[in-house]
Design a protein around this ligand. Structure first.
Ligand code: BES
Ligand code: MN
Ligand code: ZN
Length: 491
């Protein structure tokens, strides 16, 4: 599916499906111009009451001549269109368009203002919502009866003076949507396909395609680096752990890189501290942090952003076996600090701590780790906001703003010294769990002990990386948040 920008000239519009917004029962100037050409057929349709006022209501009309279908879509009843009403309208409209035989649709969003949001935002949302609707993961269905949409081109008609900026944004958002699709695919793949070696192969594939530097550290090299904690997580599995590093150099050579570190547990059984059976299949998504950083890397490389970015995937499989780590085992991390592994199901922090120590060598401008780290974060924030933890107000504010812009939000959580106490161990420098209270915070506190050398933030995405229930599947979050943060850094 292609997204293109064309100048808005109401009396020259040609389209297989023209999408016109209706605000508080009224057509926009473009809508009125089309209406004039059609002997006021649109006004008559609106008068008949066939289009409900609720945002997202649609009315599809056949037309003749240069415009063969017209889709009216309500953006709500108020003078000011809310972000949600706008998103609902775009989603509903494109769903209808995709159900028609139209191969092309022209969307006229130019004239509806959304509270506080400029055209750039409206275009970005339109591209992302449309691509979200078009996403399918059906490679394992042998009888695929869902008919794919005919829609191949979506045209945004905008004012002449906005065309150049609109093209840049729409091209960027297509690259972002490709990255989000990659992240979703990786999340949705079962763990018998998507194991640590598979994640490494995906990184190598990106490296070939975008001419990136890629290093894959194997068990032996990790042992030489004394990553005792990371290796302890992988040692129960027949699939060896991997530490994958991808470098993208789009910025000035001397500029310090942004480093993203993703938790890549390709399956989390809990290990010897075995998880209950119910919904354990969902632990194939426990590599969503890794999937996110690979999706972001693809998007950034495709956008050719002027930033230096390093993406690190900490990949392992957490299995119980005769060679698995036991509760009570004590390991030495790459940092030299020792950890008593009281619960083998708190494994994400054990792979991340060594990866976070490893990235010190890149002298980063900022490090953000992304992890499906705790069930406690889901209890605290539900499925709307990711948990954001950072000692740096400036970094937290930037990530928060980027998330808001993309409707891929996070909520800042505390990281006070007082919580550190719960990690105390009688036998080692720390335990790997802090008890049930404030579980998302104590997990972040654990990571904070390995991130003193640079500016750092942690995103706990356990609640947002996938959807359960009827629409089960990977969400592609928080690729949008991170991509917007990097776009802001680059511009
Ligand atoms: N991958 C899980 C966290 C998780 C749970 C993500 C549910 C998504 C949904 C993580 O490795 C884990 O098991 N965490 C434990 C930590 C506990 C043992 C301190 C948890 O949250 O229960
Ligand atoms: Mn676990
Ligand atoms: Zn896990």
């Amino acid at each position: 599916m292609q997204f293109t920008i064309k100048p808005l000239v109401a009396d020259k519009l040609r389209s297989q499906c023209l999408v016109l917004p209706v605000q508080a029962g009224k057509l926009t100037p473009t809508g009125s111009a089309i209406d004039g050409r059609l002997d006021k057929a649109l006004t008559a349709a609106l008068k008949s009451g066939d289009l409900a006022k609720k945002a997202g209501s649609t009315l599809l009309l056949r037309s003749a001549g240069a415009v063969s279908r017209i889709l009216l879509v309500s953006v709500g009843d108020a003078d000011e269109v809310t972000e949600k009403n706008y998103q609902d309208a775009v989603r509903a409209a494109l769903r209808v368009v995709m159900g028609t035989g139209a191969a092309e649709a022209t969307v006229c969003l130019q004239e509806v203002g959304v509270a506080q949001r400029e055209l750039r935002w409206r275009l970005a949302q339109a591209v992302l919502v449309t691509r979200e609707l078009a996403y399918r993961f059906d490679q394992f269905k042998s009888n695929n009866d869902a008919t794919p949409t005919q829609l191949a081109e979506v045209v945004f008609a905008v004012d002449r003076e906005s065309i150049a900026a609109a093209r840049i944004e729409v091209d960027r958002m297509q690259a972002l949507a490709d990255g989000i699709d990659l992240t979703k695919d990786l999340g949705n793949l079962p763990a018998n396909v998507c194991n640590p070696a598979y994640l490494a192969d995906q990184a190598r594939r990106l490296a070939r395609r975008f001419k990136l530097k890629c290093e894959v550290l194997e068990q032996k090299q990790m042992a030489a680096l004394k990553m005792g904690s990371f290796l302890a997580v992988g040692q129960g599995s027949a699939n060896a752990p991997k530490l994958v590093v991808l470098h993208y150099n789009g910025g000035p050579a001397k500029q310090a890189p942004v480093v993203l570190v993703g938790k890549g547990i390709t399956f989390d059984t809990g290990g010897i501290s075995l998880k209950p059976a119910a919904e354990m299949d969902e632990m194939k998504y426990d590599m969503s942090g890794a999937g996110t950083v690979l999706g972001v890397m693809q998007a950034v490389a495709q956008m050719k952003l002027k930033v230096n970015l390093i993406c690190v995937v900490a990949a392992a499989e957490n299995m119980p076996s005769g060679s698995a780590t036991r509760p009570g085992d004590i390991v030495t991390t790459m940092s030299g600090q020792t950890v008593e592994i009281l619960n083998t199901d708190a494994e994400g922090r054990l792979v991340l701590c060594d990866a976070l120590t490893y990235v010190e060598r890149f002298k980063p401008a900022a490090v953000v780790d992304i992890a499906t780290l705790t069930g406690a974060c889901v209890i605290a924030l539900g499925h709307h906001h990711a948990g954001l933890f950072s000692p740096s107000d400036a970094l937290a504010d930037r990530l928060g703003a980027a998330g808001k812009d993309m409707s891929d939000t996070c909520w800042r959580m505390p990281l006070d010294e007082a919580y550190q106490e719960s990690l105390r161990s009688p036998f080692a420098d720390m335990g790997n769990i802090g008890g049930r209270a404030g579980g998302a915070v104590t997990a972040a506190c654990f990571l904070s002990r390995f991130t003193k050398a640079y500016k750092w933030a942690h995103l706990d995405i356990a609640g947002v990386a996938w959807k359960s229930g009827a629409n089960k599947g990977a969400s592609g979050r928080p690729v949008g948040l991170l991509a917007r943060y990097l776009i802001d850094q680059a511009d």
